[in-house]
Design a protein around this ligand. Structure first.
Ligand SMILES: [Zn+2]
Length: 234
Protein backbone atom coordinates (compact mmCIF):
# COMPACT_ATOMS: atom_id res chain seq x y z
CA UNK A 1 0.00 0.00 0.00
CA UNK A 2 1.19 3.49 -0.79
CA UNK A 3 2.84 5.57 1.90
CA UNK A 4 2.24 8.74 -0.11
CA UNK A 5 -1.40 8.89 0.95
CA UNK A 6 -0.58 9.45 4.62
CA UNK A 7 -1.83 12.68 6.15
CA UNK A 8 -0.90 14.24 9.44
CA UNK A 9 -3.12 13.32 12.39
CA UNK A 10 -4.36 15.63 15.11
CA UNK A 11 -1.79 17.20 17.37
CA UNK A 12 -2.13 19.11 20.60
CA UNK A 13 -0.18 22.20 21.51
CA UNK A 14 0.19 23.31 25.12
CA UNK A 15 -1.77 26.49 24.49
CA UNK A 16 -4.79 24.69 23.01
CA UNK A 17 -7.71 24.03 25.31
CA UNK A 18 -8.78 20.46 24.58
CA UNK A 19 -12.22 19.97 23.03
CA UNK A 20 -14.07 16.66 22.96
CA UNK A 21 -14.45 15.58 19.33
CA UNK A 22 -17.65 13.70 20.19
CA UNK A 23 -19.73 16.37 21.97
CA UNK A 24 -17.66 19.57 21.95
CA UNK A 25 -17.22 19.43 25.74
CA UNK A 26 -14.29 21.32 27.26
CA UNK A 27 -14.29 20.02 30.85
CA UNK A 28 -12.51 16.78 31.73
CA UNK A 29 -12.13 14.70 34.88
CA UNK A 30 -10.38 11.59 36.20
CA UNK A 31 -11.30 8.30 34.50
CA UNK A 32 -12.44 4.96 35.98
CA UNK A 33 -10.68 4.14 39.29
CA UNK A 34 -9.53 7.77 39.44
CA UNK A 35 -6.94 7.23 36.75
CA UNK A 36 -5.26 9.79 34.51
CA UNK A 37 -4.38 9.14 30.87
CA UNK A 38 -1.02 7.57 29.95
CA UNK A 39 0.03 11.14 29.17
CA UNK A 40 -0.93 12.39 32.66
CA UNK A 41 -4.10 14.25 31.57
CA UNK A 42 -7.72 14.09 32.71
CA UNK A 43 -9.36 11.59 30.35
CA UNK A 44 -13.15 11.64 30.88
CA UNK A 45 -15.38 14.25 29.22
CA UNK A 46 -17.81 15.46 31.89
CA UNK A 47 -20.48 16.14 29.24
CA UNK A 48 -20.59 12.87 27.24
CA UNK A 49 -18.46 10.60 29.51
CA UNK A 50 -16.16 9.68 26.61
CA UNK A 51 -12.67 8.33 27.32
CA UNK A 52 -9.51 8.28 25.16
CA UNK A 53 -10.55 5.16 23.24
CA UNK A 54 -13.95 6.56 22.29
CA UNK A 55 -12.45 9.78 20.91
CA UNK A 56 -9.67 7.87 19.12
CA UNK A 57 -12.32 5.72 17.44
CA UNK A 58 -14.36 8.79 16.51
CA UNK A 59 -11.28 10.26 14.80
CA UNK A 60 -10.94 7.20 12.60
CA UNK A 61 -14.63 7.12 11.61
CA UNK A 62 -14.48 10.85 10.87
CA UNK A 63 -12.04 10.06 8.05
CA UNK A 64 -14.45 7.77 6.17
CA UNK A 65 -16.58 9.56 3.54
CA UNK A 66 -20.03 10.06 5.14
CA UNK A 67 -21.62 8.86 1.88
CA UNK A 68 -19.81 5.52 2.24
CA UNK A 69 -20.90 5.05 5.87
CA UNK A 70 -24.47 6.00 4.92
CA UNK A 71 -24.74 2.89 2.73
CA UNK A 72 -23.73 0.38 5.41
CA UNK A 73 -25.85 -2.14 7.31
CA UNK A 74 -24.14 -2.41 10.69
CA UNK A 75 -23.98 -4.70 13.72
CA UNK A 76 -22.19 -3.44 16.81
CA UNK A 77 -21.24 -5.90 19.54
CA UNK A 78 -21.34 -3.83 22.73
CA UNK A 79 -22.46 -0.19 22.54
CA UNK A 80 -19.75 2.44 22.19
CA UNK A 81 -20.10 6.23 22.32
CA UNK A 82 -17.32 6.55 19.72
CA UNK A 83 -19.78 5.38 17.06
CA UNK A 84 -22.94 7.28 16.07
CA UNK A 85 -25.72 4.95 14.80
CA UNK A 86 -27.12 7.76 12.67
CA UNK A 87 -24.15 7.55 10.30
CA UNK A 88 -25.39 4.26 8.87
CA UNK A 89 -28.15 2.88 6.64
CA UNK A 90 -29.16 0.44 9.38
CA UNK A 91 -27.81 -0.25 12.85
CA UNK A 92 -28.24 -3.13 15.28
CA UNK A 93 -26.54 -3.29 18.68
CA UNK A 94 -25.89 -6.28 20.93
CA UNK A 95 -25.18 -5.87 24.64
CA UNK A 96 -23.57 -9.03 26.02
CA UNK A 97 -25.67 -10.40 28.86
CA UNK A 98 -28.22 -7.64 28.19
CA UNK A 99 -30.35 -6.50 25.30
CA UNK A 100 -30.07 -8.55 22.07
CA UNK A 101 -27.17 -10.52 23.62
CA UNK A 102 -25.03 -12.42 21.09
CA UNK A 103 -22.28 -14.95 21.82
CA UNK A 104 -19.17 -13.89 19.91
CA UNK A 105 -17.95 -17.49 19.62
CA UNK A 106 -21.23 -18.58 17.96
CA UNK A 107 -23.00 -15.47 16.63
CA UNK A 108 -26.67 -16.25 16.05
CA UNK A 109 -26.79 -14.53 12.66
CA UNK A 110 -26.63 -15.82 9.06
CA UNK A 111 -23.46 -15.66 6.94
CA UNK A 112 -22.74 -12.35 5.17
CA UNK A 113 -25.51 -10.42 6.94
CA UNK A 114 -23.78 -7.05 7.46
CA UNK A 115 -21.54 -4.56 5.65
CA UNK A 116 -19.79 -3.56 8.87
CA UNK A 117 -19.41 -5.42 12.16
CA UNK A 118 -18.02 -3.35 15.06
CA UNK A 119 -16.40 -5.07 18.03
CA UNK A 120 -14.68 -2.78 20.56
CA UNK A 121 -13.17 -4.10 23.80
CA UNK A 122 -14.96 -7.46 23.61
CA UNK A 123 -12.39 -10.01 22.34
CA UNK A 124 -10.41 -9.89 25.59
CA UNK A 125 -13.52 -11.26 27.36
CA UNK A 126 -13.80 -14.27 25.01
CA UNK A 127 -12.13 -17.64 25.77
CA UNK A 128 -11.44 -18.47 22.11
CA UNK A 129 -10.61 -15.21 20.39
CA UNK A 130 -9.70 -16.90 17.07
CA UNK A 131 -13.15 -18.41 16.92
CA UNK A 132 -14.59 -14.97 17.73
CA UNK A 133 -12.66 -13.43 14.83
CA UNK A 134 -13.81 -16.19 12.45
CA UNK A 135 -17.40 -15.48 13.46
CA UNK A 136 -17.03 -11.73 12.93
CA UNK A 137 -15.76 -12.29 9.39
CA UNK A 138 -18.41 -14.95 8.66
CA UNK A 139 -21.32 -12.59 9.23
CA UNK A 140 -19.63 -9.75 7.27
CA UNK A 141 -20.25 -9.39 3.51
CA UNK A 142 -17.23 -10.00 1.25
CA UNK A 143 -17.08 -6.32 0.26
CA UNK A 144 -17.60 -5.11 3.84
CA UNK A 145 -15.31 -4.91 6.86
CA UNK A 146 -14.89 -5.64 10.54
CA UNK A 147 -13.69 -2.89 12.92
CA UNK A 148 -12.04 -3.97 16.16
CA UNK A 149 -10.27 -2.48 19.15
CA UNK A 150 -8.74 -4.24 22.17
CA UNK A 151 -7.22 -2.70 25.33
CA UNK A 152 -3.71 -1.21 25.06
CA UNK A 153 -2.07 -3.54 22.48
CA UNK A 154 0.84 -1.07 22.18
CA UNK A 155 1.98 -1.75 25.76
CA UNK A 156 3.34 -5.26 25.00
CA UNK A 157 5.27 -6.75 22.10
CA UNK A 158 3.67 -10.19 22.51
CA UNK A 159 0.15 -11.14 23.65
CA UNK A 160 -0.05 -12.85 27.04
CA UNK A 161 -2.89 -15.39 27.30
CA UNK A 162 -3.81 -16.47 30.81
CA UNK A 163 -6.34 -19.06 29.63
CA UNK A 164 -8.92 -17.83 32.14
CA UNK A 165 -10.59 -14.52 33.00
CA UNK A 166 -7.98 -13.09 35.34
CA UNK A 167 -9.74 -11.12 38.10
CA UNK A 168 -6.86 -8.69 38.73
CA UNK A 169 -6.77 -7.87 35.00
CA UNK A 170 -10.39 -6.72 34.69
CA UNK A 171 -11.54 -10.33 34.10
CA UNK A 172 -9.77 -10.46 30.72
CA UNK A 173 -8.56 -13.77 29.26
CA UNK A 174 -5.43 -12.14 27.87
CA UNK A 175 -3.46 -8.95 27.49
CA UNK A 176 -2.97 -8.18 23.81
CA UNK A 177 0.35 -7.04 22.38
CA UNK A 178 1.58 -5.51 19.13
CA UNK A 179 1.38 -8.99 17.59
CA UNK A 180 -2.43 -8.70 17.64
CA UNK A 181 -2.30 -7.43 14.05
CA UNK A 182 -0.89 -10.79 12.92
CA UNK A 183 -3.69 -12.77 14.55
CA UNK A 184 -6.00 -11.64 11.72
CA UNK A 185 -3.70 -13.20 9.14
CA UNK A 186 -3.58 -16.44 11.13
CA UNK A 187 -7.40 -16.61 11.19
CA UNK A 188 -7.93 -15.74 7.49
CA UNK A 189 -4.76 -15.60 5.33
CA UNK A 190 -6.44 -13.79 2.41
CA UNK A 191 -8.20 -11.06 4.36
CA UNK A 192 -6.38 -7.76 4.84
CA UNK A 193 -5.93 -6.28 8.31
CA UNK A 194 -5.03 -2.63 8.77
CA UNK A 195 -3.78 -1.19 12.04
CA UNK A 196 -4.58 2.52 12.29
CA UNK A 197 -2.64 4.57 14.83
CA UNK A 198 -4.73 7.36 16.29
CA UNK A 199 -4.10 10.05 18.90
CA UNK A 200 -6.78 11.30 21.29
CA UNK A 201 -7.37 15.03 20.70
CA UNK A 202 -7.94 15.64 24.42
CA UNK A 203 -5.08 13.77 26.14
CA UNK A 204 -2.70 13.09 23.21
CA UNK A 205 -2.74 9.41 24.25
CA UNK A 206 -2.13 7.01 21.37
CA UNK A 207 -4.15 3.96 20.41
CA UNK A 208 -4.80 1.48 17.61
CA UNK A 209 -7.95 0.77 15.64
CA UNK A 210 -8.07 -2.38 13.44
CA UNK A 211 -9.92 -2.62 10.11
CA UNK A 212 -10.27 -6.08 8.51
CA UNK A 213 -11.67 -6.91 5.08
CA UNK A 214 -11.68 -9.62 2.43
CA UNK A 215 -11.98 -6.97 -0.29
CA UNK A 216 -8.57 -5.73 -1.53
CA UNK A 217 -10.24 -2.77 -3.29
CA UNK A 218 -11.88 -1.64 -0.06
CA UNK A 219 -8.55 -2.02 1.79
CA UNK A 220 -6.91 0.18 -0.85
CA UNK A 221 -9.67 2.80 -0.56
CA UNK A 222 -9.34 2.79 3.23
CA UNK A 223 -5.63 3.58 2.97
CA UNK A 224 -6.49 6.68 0.93
CA UNK A 225 -9.24 7.79 3.34
CA UNK A 226 -7.48 7.16 6.63
CA UNK A 227 -4.11 8.38 7.91
CA UNK A 228 -1.37 6.09 9.22
CA UNK A 229 -2.59 2.58 8.39
CA UNK A 230 -0.13 -0.31 8.71
CA UNK A 231 -0.93 -3.59 6.98
CA UNK A 232 -0.08 -6.95 8.55
CA UNK A 233 2.93 -8.49 6.79
CA UNK A 234 2.05 -11.26 4.36
ZN1 LIG B 1 -17.69 14.75 25.17
Amino acid sequence: MSASTKRSIGTLSDTDKPVCNICGGKVFELGPNNRKSATGKLPRCTACQSLERHRQLRQVYAQFPPSYLAGLEVLQLSPDIGVDPQWFKSYEVSTFGGENSLNLEAIDRADVSYDLVICNHVLEHVANDRQGLRELLRITRPDGFVQITVPTPYTRTVTVDWGYPKPESHGHYRGYGRDFLHLFRAVHPQAIALQVETIDVVTAAGGYVYLWTRDPRLAERMTTWISNPIEAAR
